[in-house]
Design a protein around this ligand. Structure first.
Ligand code: PHE
Length: 345
């Protein structure tokens, strides 16, 4: 039995020596030290041995088992270290490889055009105001001379939240809010950019949500010619010195008289083409002299104060300036579209 144990030890150690992978070692461990292995078998047969032999063989068997286990551990550590070295070698980073280019974003075309419009009006002494997108019926309509049941409310199909709350259909409520804050005693000169909502079916020129920039100037002795001067200067700075504007009579309940402003078509230079529908002119905004009733409701005495107001759609302006043919491009977030308008900063 002694001989058999020694043989087993030698054999096992030899195999450990030759093993080249961790799974080889595991096989050896199972083969020699497992429950069905030869050493366990030897220990099982000890019952047949004499009293004197039993402790000697027992001790030897344990030593052999420990010896093999030790060797297995030592070899395991070696193989693991080797494997780690190999992995580290394979995973070294080649710092001379060219890097992946980082995608740099830029402002959305709509953001840029609104900023450009803001800058132009700041240059003419206007301040920037904001108002809530969820608006009361009062500010969206009533304060703008559109009492309940007024047929002109139908011009702006609305998203109502409750009977009295809606998503604002235009930025004009900010006129009433600002005048209210100024308490009828100071001039107001502001523009207000922001999102507006209408129950329209989306197509190339309509969107249920779009942007407006409102303008309001209230003071003593404001005239229609002031409105024309400001808008003319704005249009020329935005679209180019060679562009002409014209004002056409129109109707809004909150301005009297009301106008729509056209700009001469750049594509055909006013001669008439498909872009301007053969008229030579393209409509870009609505405006007029603030209705006395609107001033009065906001606490301004219409005998002392008067003013002008206007509202424009930056999407439409960007479409004309950059030749964008579908308003949905602004909201589809196709990077190929967006990237075309990233200015080099
Ligand atoms: N609020 C009007 C609209 O959305 C535009 C407008 C603003 C007209 C200010 C006159 C004065 O159509």
């Amino acid at each position: 039995m002694k001989e058999r144990l020694k043989e087993l030890q030698l054999e096992a150690l030899e195999r450990v020596e030759k093993a080249s992978t961790l799974s080889d070692l595991q096989d050896i461990r199972v083969a020699y030290l497992g429950k069905k292995g030869p050493i366990t078998e030897v220990l099982r047969g000890m019952g047949k041995l004499s009293q004197e032999e039993r402790p000697i063989i027992g001790e030897l068997a344990n030593k052999v088992r420990e010896g093999i286990a030790n060797e297995l551990d030592v070899k395991k550590a070696k193989l693991e270290a080797k494997e780690l070295d190999k992995k580290l070698e394979q995973e070294t980073i080649d710092i001379t490889l060219p890097g992946r280019p980082v995608q740099v974003g830029g402002p959305h075309l709509l953001t840029s055009i609104v900023q450009e419009i803001e800058d132009l009006f700041i240059g003419m002494g206007f301040e920037i105001r904001e108002g809530p997108e969820v608006e009361t019926d009062y500010y969206n309509f009533e304060a703008l001379n559109l009492p309940k049941g007024h047929p002109a409310r139908d011009m702006q199909d609305s998203f109502y939240i409750t009977e009295d709350l809606l998503l604002r259909t235009h930025t004009s409520p900010v006129q009433a809010r600002t005048m209210g804050e100024y308490k009828g005693s100071q001039p107001v000169k502001m523009i207000c950019p922001g999102k507006v909502y209408r129950r329209d079916t989306d197509d190339a020129t309509h969107s249920h949500q779009f942007t407006q920039v409102e303008g309001l100037y209230v003071d003593k002795d404001v005239r229609m010619s002031d409105l024309k001067g400001v808008l003319n200067s704005f249009a020329k700075q935005l679209f180019g010195e060679d562009r002409e504007i014209r004002l056409r009579p129109s109707f809004f309940p909150f301005t009297e008289p009301s106008v729509e402003m056209d700009i001469s078509c750049k594509v055909c230079n006013g001669k008439g083409c498909s872009v301007c529908k053969r008229t030579g002119w393209i409509e870009i905004l609505g405006g007029g002299m603030v209705h006395p009733r609107v001033l009065e409701l906001a606490g301004y005495d219409p005998k002392v104060y008067n003013g002008f107001a206007f509202g424009m759609g930056p999407e439409r302006i960007a479409m004309l300036k950059y030749g964008v043919d579908d308003i949905r491009h602004f909201y589809a977030n196709d990077v190929r579209f967006l990237k075309q308008y990233h200015k080099a900063e």
